[in-house]
Design a protein. Structure first.
Ligand code: ADP
Ligand code: GLC
Length: 474
């Protein structure tokens, strides 16, 4: 079975968040299970691209409305990531550094999808299935089944995975002309709420869709930024499959990005050494419980609650708890957190920016990881925390609800709270501060967490079963 994963991000080529981690890992595990899974993504002018060798697979030109654009499909020569990796390079659109936030984002991702379809059409490739990830690749199912240009490909099944249903990539009808020749009687399949909505279109046109956790699949029908009714209507096509983690990259025994590697048997010593390294780097004392946050500084992650919640917690536990925050995002929040550090330099340290290696050190060296998310389709941070013996403190939503059990319950290991609110965070901090001195209990929780298996083995297989269920077509 030959699968093409289509995605805007893939670790380590270009990462903004968890989408990259998933698309950088799932195909690797699928290949190990005997499925030929390749990744096709936009070209970005980044370190991985510059440092590796590429061969040109295909060159052609296509039309974005009336604008002709040239594109190249480049293949990484060695398959070093454990799967075939193709980049689509389009001068002026897909040859830049950043993944998102260009003013012509709509044109950028439409051109990416058209180039992909033209490539497989003209080069006579016929994957058995196309697996689209998020709205950036959401027009592919519609175009495959409703454009005379791609008739040859129109029997190929498509699966859509929703990593984040908050973002749809919607744009106005004035841009319809950017799409190639389509069956004009089918434009309703592009539409939601008066606009062309790539995520909605993908949900309507794909053969099956998945959400990245069972709870998130349900939540999409009540909280998806306007698509609730669509998810309700289409629910028979949906499945929830929890993400795995790449246990080769996220392995405290072999991780070269942390200060001291450690196994489950050496968890206490190992975590202490990493905590010392982290605290020394940021001038924090090691003798208090350390609670960290890693993530995009946006409302979805509950990052706006952090300044007030941390302030109140520090006041409630003077000299009794430390905080470390690693993130980038909304400028107002970045400023508020920087101000918080100035106000409480002894108990709160902040690193504004994106730093992959530092994130590894934080998972290894912190005692608790706080995730007060308002929306969390799956969440990978809590899974990395578990693997590194760090107790997750999570607001129970989406994948957080499905993966973290409270230490107060049988077999549990985390701290769960119900509301994304300052009060609930402060209460969770209180529980963490109370738990921390009980070293025997903390030790047994750490061991329990590290023994959990959130590897891709099970979930990669679930995706393969889903592909196979689409068989006679495959
Ligand atoms: P999302 O994709 O919604 O941001 P996930 O929990 O799925 O959330 O994945 C976030 C990923 O991005 C994790 O690998 C996390 O370690 C990483 N990450 C987020 N912010 C930063 C940062 N500032 N520096 C380093 N890594 C980060
Ligand atoms: C999205 C979600 C996150 C999920 C990730 C990978 O970015 O916000 O919860 O873990 O995709 O599926």
């Amino acid at each position: 079975m030959k699968i093409f994963h289509l995605s805007a991000e893939c670790y380590p080529v270009a990462k903004v968040g968890g989408l990259a981690d998933v698309v950088g890992a799932l195909p690797k595990y699928q290949n190990q299970m005997g499925v030929e899974a390749a990744v096709v993504m936009p070209y970005y002018e980044r370190k991985f691209v510059q440092e590796n060798e590429w061969e040109v697979q295909f060159q052609a030109s296509s039309l974005l409305g009336t604008r002709r654009f040239y594109f190249e499909v480049l293949k990484e020569k060695t398959n070093k990531l454990g799967f075939e990796l193709f980049l689509i390079k389009i001068p002026g659109l897909l040859d830049r550094e950043n993944v998102y936030s260009y003013p012509d984002e709509t044109e950028q991702f439409i051109a990416f999808q058209l180039a992909f379809l033209d490539w497989i059409n003209w080069s006579q490739q016929s994957p058995d299935l196309i697996h689209c990830h998020d709205h950036h690749t959401g027009l592919v199912p519609f175009l495959l089944y409703n454009s005379s240009l791609y008739k040859r490909l129109s029997a190929i099944p498509t699966v859509l995975t929703i990593h984040n249903g908050q973002y749809h990539g919607a744009f106005g009808w004035s841009k319809l002309g950017l799409l190639p020749e389509i069956d004009i009687t089918k434009t309703g399949l592009l539409e939601w709420n008066g606009a062309i909505n790539p995520l909605a279109s993908a949900v309507k046109c794909c053969w099956k869709y998945t959400a990245v956790s069972p709870s998130y699949l349900e939540e999409l029908t009540v909280k998806s930024n306007g698509l609730e009714y669509l998810f309700y209507l289409e629910r028979a096509k949906g499945t929830g499959i929890i993400n795995g983690i790449d246990t080769e990259i996220w392995n405290p025994k072999t991780d070269s990005m942390i200060a001291e590697s450690f196994s489950i048997q050496k968890v206490s010593v190992g975590k202490q050494k990493n905590k010392e390294a982290l605290c020394a780097r940021f001038g924090i004392s090691t003798d208090r419980p350390l609670i960290s946050f890693i993530g995009r500084l946006v409302g979805e992650k509950g990052a706006d609650l952090l300044p007030e919640a941390i302030k109140r917690s520090i006041i409630a536990h003077p000299g009794g708890v430390n905080f470390f925050l690693l993130g980038a995002g909304e400028p107002v929040l970045q400023d508020e957190l920087t101000a918080l550090q100035k106000e409480f330099p002894d108990q709160c340290s902040v690193f504004i920016g994106y730093d992959e290696a530092l994130a590894h050190l934080v998972y290894a060296g912190t005692d608790f990881l706080l995730m007060p998310s308002r929306v969390e389709p799956c969440g990978l941070n809590q899974l990395y925390a578990l693997r590194y013996g760090t107790i997750p403190m999570v607001r129970i939503t989406g994948g957080l609800k499905d993966t973290v059990l409270d230490f107060g319950d049988d077999g549990g290991y985390g701290i769960r709270f119900i509301q994304a609110s300052v009060a609930d965070i402060v209460e969770a901090v209180r529980r963490a501060v109370e738990l921390y001195p009980d070293t025997a209990k903390v030790q047994s929780i750490r061991k329990r967490m590290m023994a959990l298996d959130f590897s891709w083995d099970r979930s990669a297989k679930e995706y393969i079963n889903l592909y196979e269920s689409l068989k006679p077509a495959i």
